[in-house]
Design a protein around this ligand. Structure first.
Ligand SMILES: [Cu+2]
Length: 503
């Protein structure tokens, strides 16, 4: 019943075979990673991947089929029309399934470039992870590809291409996996997707990336010139807050002056599912005067904590429950270090008497707690154990031609960090650059170790400049998995590595 991608085959096997040869040659001198550790990489077509998928399947699972097209289209950002690439609307239409369900998505590529879909945060079968050149062939323009996989864990997820810098166009949408057993202490829910926007307003992400490459570093022809906007800076993020200037930031596809309005009533408890789909922007989010009870980080439950403001790096999600007051209030999302914001209005029918710009200024002054200090609930926390294998990920950049590296190397799919099924794997991420990096691991949800304590379970976590972050995960999902910075420009410029299951 499992779908085998039609386009995978000899070419894929050849590539993995080549990787093995290359790795064997290096084995004698590699001290930490950089080789296959004497084993054979477990590729996306391995029977072990199919076996892991069978183990995920549960009785009574439903199958949800979705047809999706990636298209060139115009979108209305709220009085501003942008010509972009999208899944038909902005954000793309949400997909909502239940835990254990089989999701079948046929993607038709109507773009002028090859594309792919990565199902961000899901511990899914490796051949459906959507990384061209690693887990599948790219989907050429004019062709289709069908993704089919079991979604094992409930939570707030999303999907986007893993092709070039396409993520910085309009190609993103929420994927919500419900838990039949999750009654939830709330009345209704609202998904809010945040984004930084430049596409189709005189520039494209591809052109921006070429500029960065040509200049060698960000801001060479922006921040240094009088009258041009300064490059983003943030004390909260420990230095540089972004490499790209964006004319707009969006919440559910809209600028702050034309916000989405969510009809509600006083006393209603709303579960906000916040998703940062930005390419280069962290967002701080708050509802002025209304505390938020944070319940989940990247889909996994945390010990509930009441906060006035939260921070989301690129790729991260937070679920927060708010109780609607007697008046209309905005959910404000501030682009950290940029002086820009956007919002969604929680409308009680009574016009807001407050000025969102003034409220945003106040929100910018609040102290933002350390998100990596959230604590996973006992039901999902991974116990503190000695790891079986530790890999250092030294994060550096920008180097020559805007290169961003892990362990001094730009991304090479054939040069994986070896791990083995059943191991407790530790990643020690060390940020030696002047910019924060939201580091994402595919196919797994790791346990953040916050100063030796148990932090949140997450799939993406910010590593601040000059700091180290330790995360552990159980190697229970065989295949070839990316770990990378979710700044799409950093990732595309090399800041990606492969966690390579070997046998
Ligand atoms: Cu980065």
């Amino acid at each position: 019943m499992t779908a085998q991608p039609a386009s995978l085959g000899r070419r894929d096997l050849f590539r993995l075979g080549f990787g093995l040869v290359a790795a064997t040659g290096l084995a004698g001198c590699a001290s930490n990673g950089g080789s296959s550790g004497g084993g054979t990489p477990i590729g996306p077509n391995s029977p072990k991947v199919a076996a892991a998928e069978r183990a995920r399947q549960i009785a009574g699972a439903r199958k949800t089929s979705v047809k999706l097209a990636a298209v060139q289209s115009e979108v209305d950002l709220g009085g501003i029309t942008a010509s972009t690439w999208s899944y038909g609307e902005l954000p793309g239409k949400e997909i909502r399934i239940r835990r254990g369900d089989l999701l079948n998505v046929e993607l038709r590529n109507e773009l002028p470039q090859p594309t792919s879909i990565h199902w961000h945060g899901l511990a899914l079968r490796n051949d459906m992870d959507g990384v061209p050149g690693l887990t599948q062939d790219e989907i050429p323009a004019g062709q289709s590809f069908t993704y089919e996989f079991t979604a094992p864990d409930p939570g707030t997820y999303w999907f986007h291409p893993h092709s070039g810098v396409q993520l910085d166009r309009g190609l993103y949408a929420p994927l919500i996996v419900e838990d039949p057993e999750d009654g939830g202490n709330y009345d209704t829910e609202l998904v809010i997707v945040l984004d930084d926007w430049l596409d189709g307003l005189g520039r494209t992400p591809d052109a921006v990336f070429d500029e960065l490459r040509a200049n060698g570093m960000p801001g060479m022809d922006h921040g240094a010139m009088p009258g041009m906007p300064a490059m983003p800076k943030s004390d909260l993020l420990g230095g540089d807050a972004g490499d790209v200037i964006y004319p707009h930031v969006l919440a559910n596809g809209k600028v702050w002056k034309a916000p989405q309005t969510f009809a509600t009533k006083p006393g209603q408890r709303i579960r906000l599912r916040l998703i940062n789909a930005g390419a280069d922007t962290a967002f701080r989010v708050g509802v002025p005067g209304v505390p938020m009870t944070v319940t989940h980080a990247d889909g996994f439950p945390v010990m509930p904590v009441e906060l006035d403001v939260v921070l989301l790096g690129m790729g991260e999600r937070l679920d927060c429950v708010v109780t609607v007051p007697d008046r209309t209030v905005p959910v404000l999302a501030l682009a950290e270090g940029r002086g820009q914001f956007t919002q969604v209005l929680l409308s009680t029918g009574v016009a807001a008497s407050t000025d969102s710009e003034a409220l945003a200024t106040e929100l910018a002054k609040l102290v933002v707690p350390e998100m990596n200090a959230l604590r996973a609930t006992d039901s999902v926390a991974l116990p503190l154990r000695e790891p079986d294998v530790t890999h250092d990920l030294v994060l550096e950049g920008p180097g020559d031609k805007y290169s961003w590296t892990i362990n001094g190397k730009a991304y090479d799919p054939a040069d994986g960090l070896p791990i083995r099924s059943g191991q407790v794997v530790r990643l020690r991420m060390r940020n030696k650059s002047k910019m924060f990096h939201p580091m994402h691991v595919h196919g797994h949800t790791f346990q953040v170790r916050a100063n030796g304590k148990i932090g949140p379970r997450r799939d993406t976590a910010i590593v601040l400049p000059g700091r180290e972050l330790i995360v552990d995960f159980d190697a229970d999902n065989p295949g070839q998995w990316l770990t990378h910075c979710h700044n799409v420009y950093h990732g595309e410029a090399g800041m990606m590595a492969v966690l390579s299951y070997v046998e």
